[in-house]
Design a protein around this ligand. Structure first.
Ligand code: SF4
Length: 451
């Protein structure tokens, strides 16, 4: 129980804000460490294994028995000596006076399971790396601290594609999948820590395991293939909401739709398509068979009628003509995606697309963005109106004096809409309730809890 758990270092590659991390203590403390590390990485920080290479060091302490207290105090002392900027969390953090008596220079102290506070402390001393919609895995507004009832599960790092607008591969290198056993063990610990929804993220979720040739790993003593399908099957056994993000449109994505239809994982697919003009997709170095995409979407809906499809698109990519843009609008109208994000193209330092000719003037980008969003708003309004009268499960995110706010399986936190449960003040975040949907607007729903 009290063995020292090593930090999970990664060598810095991009010059992003670097945080050193020391994790001591029992497996429960490790879950806190993992949640803090996951959040740090999700927000774009890098976690490094050298004190002198970090802008700040977090020490997650143990205070269970005297030797653990001693070990924690020594670790804090070492971090102060080697780096100077130290924040302390974990069990020993509950005894702030004891820490301050020996190490008065510690910047901040928090107790166990206080990862929200730890992140706040980090933001105070090392500002969050700038959000870039082309490289971040979470949206700008979405890097709020994740509440306790949902968590991100990062399954790999890097990417084997070379989309011309993206610098991820040059920053983070080719795809490196985390061992399946490690990912599943983390998922299980998060569930045991009270998480009700896991958001599977990576740069390319459908490529999971490609780098290791889908080798067989082990989880709970049983062999499991390193693949998106096996991951979905195993995560589906946890009995909590599993949501797949950043799924590149490979053909084998079709294989996970039956898992959704069977209720194993949420019927929700976040599949960034980026454009619909074959010419622009070629310039982006993305798959360009739009007709086939429409056909696949039709099949997915046939297999899983409840599926919610989310995608993101870029308007104003260099060389995009009015005809290309019209193809995009036609696609949007035909595909009737449930949730859509749209970015106006902006050059990212180091991206190949910067060298493409025929940049689109800003006012044209803006005008296309507005036309795109107007069309999608009509589609979204129509699709949400179809939900009125249905009964759905809702996961509660927030409760205040006026009522509760939650999400249906079709709503990912921060990026999609919500459902308002006015007057439902007796609920608490993390509750899962049956709700009758009574009203909808262009993005959100309203409903009442049914007994
Ligand atoms: S799939 Fe393309 S956009 Fe996504 S991370 Fe890889 S290179 Fe970047």
């Amino acid at each position: 129980m009290l063995d020292t758990q090593p930090a999970q270092p990664t060598q810095t590659q991009s010059g992003a804000a670097r945080i050193g991390f020391v994790s001591l203590g029992c497996p429960k403390n490790l879950v806190d460490s993992e949640r803090i590390l996951t959040q740090l990485r999700t927000e774009g920080y890098e976690v490094v294994n050298r004190y002198d290479n970090a802008e700040l060091v977090i020490v997650n302490t143990c205070g269970f028995i005297d030797s653990a207290v001693q070990e924690s105090l020594e670790a804090i002392g070492e971090a102060l000596e080697e780096n100077g900027k130290v924040i302390v969390t974990g069990c020993l953090g509950a005894k702030e006076d004891q820490i301050r008596a020996i190490h008065p220079k510690v910047l901040e102290i928090s107790g166990p399971h206080a990862y929200e506070q730890v992140l706040e402390h980090v933001h105070r001393y090392v500002p969050k790396p700038t959000h870039n919609p082309f490289t971040s895995l979470v949206p700008a507004q979405g890097v709020k601290l994740t509440p306790r009832h949902y968590a991100y599960l990062k399954i790999s790092e890097g990417c084997n594609h070379r989309c011309t607008f993206c610098i991820i591969p040059s920053m983070r290198g080719d795809l490196v999948s985390r061992p399946i056993g490690e990912v599943l063990a983390e998922a299980k610990r998060l569930k045991e820590a009270g998480v009700k929804e896991l958001l599977v993220i990576s740069q390319d979720t459908s490529a999971y395991g490609v780098d290791v040739k889908h080798r067989t790993g082990f989880y709970d003593g049983a062999p499991v293939k390193t693949s998106m399908l096996a991951l979905g099957e195993e995560l589906g056994k946890l009995g909590i909401w599993i949501r797949m993000h950043y799924v590149y449109p490979y053909p084998h994505v079709d294989d996970i739709i039956p898992l959704m239809a069977a209720g194993k994982i949420l019927p929700y697919l976040d599949i960034p398509l980026q454009h619909a003009s074959p010419r622009i997709l070629k310039l982006m170095k993305r798959p360009g068979a739009v007709e086939r995409t429409l056909e696949r979407i039709r099949k997915w809906r046939e297999i899983c009628p409840d599926i919610t499809l989310r995608s993101t698109f870029i308007v104003g990519f260099p060389g995009e003509t009015e005809a290309d843009f019209q193809l995009l609008l036609d696609f949007i109208a035909a595909a009737e995606l449930d949730r859509v994000g749209c970015f106006k193209y902006s050059p990212v330092d180091g991206a190949q697309a910067n060298e493409l000719p025929d940049p689109v003037p800003e006012e044209v980008k803006e005008e296309r963005f507005v036309r795109f969003m107007e069309l999608q708003q009509q589609i979204s309004t129509r699709k949400l109106a179809q939900k009125v009268g249905q009964t759905q499960w809702v996961l509660v995110d927030e409760v205040d004096a006026e009522g509760a706010i939650g999400r249906t399986p079709g709503d990912a936190p921060e990026i999609d809409g919500v459902i308002y449960l006015n007057g439902e003040t007796n609920l608490k975040p993390g509750d899962l309730v049956r709700v009758s949907i009574e009203h909808a607007d262009e993005y959100d729903l309203w409903g009442s809890v049914i007994a």
